[in-house]
Design a protein around this ligand. Structure first.
Ligand SMILES: Nc1ncnc2c1ncn2[C@@H]1O[C@H](COP(=O)(O)OP(=O)(O)OP(=O)(O)O)[C@@H](O)[C@H]1O
Ligand SMILES: [Mg+2]
Length: 260
């Protein structure tokens, strides 16, 4: 189960985020980065944050804690900014939040940030598995905090769910976009990372992850697919993509060797 907190104060918007995420304080006195369900990206981005984020955590990557955050209609009432007020209004109810890492910076090789081979390889494997295109030098979505790496922003992963019937075609995709991955130069241990990933992503573990998404979020997706059918669909994607993993592992290993 994901922890649930209640928003108590809208602190400040994170202007760099395309989905207007914001720092919000909650009733446990923690600060969180909230991804609002009323934002343009919609509910699928929040579902991808949970599914991909928790898969990353299972793989040993330091994804900041993900919680559900309840937003009351009163929260935005006195917000002077019209756009923020509308966003909060459209997001009343359950939203998604990540533990806020104060003082973190974005991973930047030009600032001499580096990554360990095993960690880089696992992140590359993870992004190829979940088909996340958002880990490029232009937008690393990889925070450095106390000199450790924290992957964030998995809202664009699992792209197939924007076109549910396309799942079948995407399962065995080599994911050629991996050549743009910011950590590819360090990823010299993809074979070993793959071995660890396969050991960890067992069917019961994946099933538990798929259970973390609130039913109401699946039910909010337009279309005539029930929450349990959605869950089964993600399970089918994950288990069959694991079976077909050689195709994206070979692609990533090839892309790495072309770099070095
Ligand atoms: N947990 C966190 N701790 C500290 N800062 C964060 C955290 N999560 C996000 N940020 C900051 O907020 C920015 C926007 O967050 P995020 O990338 O998740 O949103 P987004 O709307 O999907 O952004 P975009 O589409 O522009 O990549 C990040 O680039 C980062 O600077
Ligand atoms: Mg981002």
């Amino acid at each position: 189960m994901l922890r649930t907190v209640r928003a108590t104060r809208y602190v400040v918007p994170l202007r760099e985020g395309g989905s207007l995420p914001a720092i919000v304080e909650a009733d446990d006195l923690g600060l969180y980065v909230v991804k609002f369900r009323g934002a343009g990206q919609g509910i699928l981005a929040l579902i991808a944050e949970i599914l991909a984020g928790e898969i990353g955590r299972t793989l040993g990557l330091r994804v900041p804690e993900i919680v559900l955050i309840d937003i009351d209609a009163a929260l935005g009432r006195n917000e002077p900014d019209y756009e923020i007020r509308q966003l909060l209004k459209a997001s009343t109810g359950m939203n998604l939040a990540l533990d806020y890492l104060p003082g973190s910076t974005m991973f930047d090789p030009a600032a001499r940030d580096t990554a360990a081979a095993d960690e880089a390889s696992m992140l590359v494997w993870f992004d190829a598995f979940t088909q996340n295109i958002d880990r490029t030098p232009r937008n690393a979505n990889l925070l450095v905090w106390h000199r450790k790496l924290y992957p964030i922003d998995h809202g664009a992963a699992l792209f197939f769910h924007h076109d549910w019937p396309s799942r079948e075609k995407k399962i065995a995709s080599p994911f050629v976009e991996i050549e743009q991955h910011i950590l590819l130069p360090w990823a010299k241990g993809i074979t070993q990372a793959a071995k660890v990933a396969h050991e960890r992503l067992t069917e019961p573990v994946l099933r538990e992850i798929v259970e973390l998404v609130p039913d109401a979020w699946f039910e909010a997706i337009p279309g005539d697919v029930s929450a349990s059918e959605r869950r089964a669909g993600y399970m089918d994607f994950f288990t069959r993509r694991l079976e077909a993993s050689a195709v994206f592992e070979e692609e990533a290993i090839g892309a790495h060797s072309r770099l070095v």
